[in-house]
Design a protein around this ligand. Structure first.
Ligand code: GRF
Length: 206
């Protein structure tokens, strides 16, 4: 936990990286006592890699192929992160489910953002699930990662309205504005040692 030194973050990505960008900007503005030790992408095509390069953040491509199963992939991922001293792992649009190999290597130190109000609409296409169900409100959830899919203890949530004429794109855009606010905030709380996990509950210390 914090001793004044910036916490070392490892950010895992697969796509656009707008959440990565939001976290980078909050760190650069002095709002989070952390340093991104590395960005890891499971695909060379992720625009998040360009974002990392623009900010001189080391980036590694750790592709899916060549591993017999999820556990083997994750064991190599643990090595990559440990070699760089990573203390908090951030899943910023990382399109892989982690095995217990990663979860046990970083207990209560992996954070994910999900584009719905968990426990509603876990899994893929959460915005479409919300639209299809007909809810009036959706949002996003930052949570710690356990061995289930989107089941870990909840740190922060934000609510957005669902409009009658929303498309998946328009709802996603509204949710993303909130993601870019609460994800960096959850990272800040963690880095400041303000998060205490008590079973399923996350207590945020004053
Ligand atoms: C976000 O919508 C997040 O909720 C989900 O993946 C998306 C990542 O977006 N887990 P980006 O790559 O950060 O722009």
């Amino acid at each position: 936990m914090p001793d004044g030194q910036p916490l070392k973050l490892g950010v895992l990505v697969s796509g656009n990286g707008s959440n990565l960008q939001a976290i980078i900007e909050r760190i650069e503005a002095g709002g989070i006592n952390a340093r991104i030790a590395c960005v890891v992408s499971n695909t060379p095509e992720a625009f998040a890699l360009t974002r990392a390069a623009r900010h001189a953040i080391p980036a590694i491509i750790h592709e899916n192929c060549g591993y017999a199963n999820r556990r083997e992939y994750d064991a190599a991922l643990v090595e990559i992160l440990r070699a760089r001293g990573v203390e908090l792992v951030i899943l910023a649009g990382f399109m892989r489910i982690l095995s217990e190999v990663m979860v046990q290597a970083f207990p209560n130190a992996i954070m994910n953002i999900h584009p719905a109000l968990l426990p509603a609409f876990a899994g893929l296409h959460a915005q479409k699930q919300a639209l299809d169900y007909g809810v009036r409100f959706s949002g996003c959830t930052v949570h710690l990662v356990d061995c289930g899919t989107d089941t870990g203890p909840i740190i922060l949530q934000a609510v957005v309205p669902v409009e009658q004429d929303d498309s998946e794109e328009s709802l996603s855009a509204r949710i993303q504005r909130e993601e870019h606010r609460i994800f960096p905030e959850a990272v800040r709380l963690f880095c400041d040692g303000k998060i205490r996990v008590e079973g399923r509950q996350v207590r945020i210390l004053p």
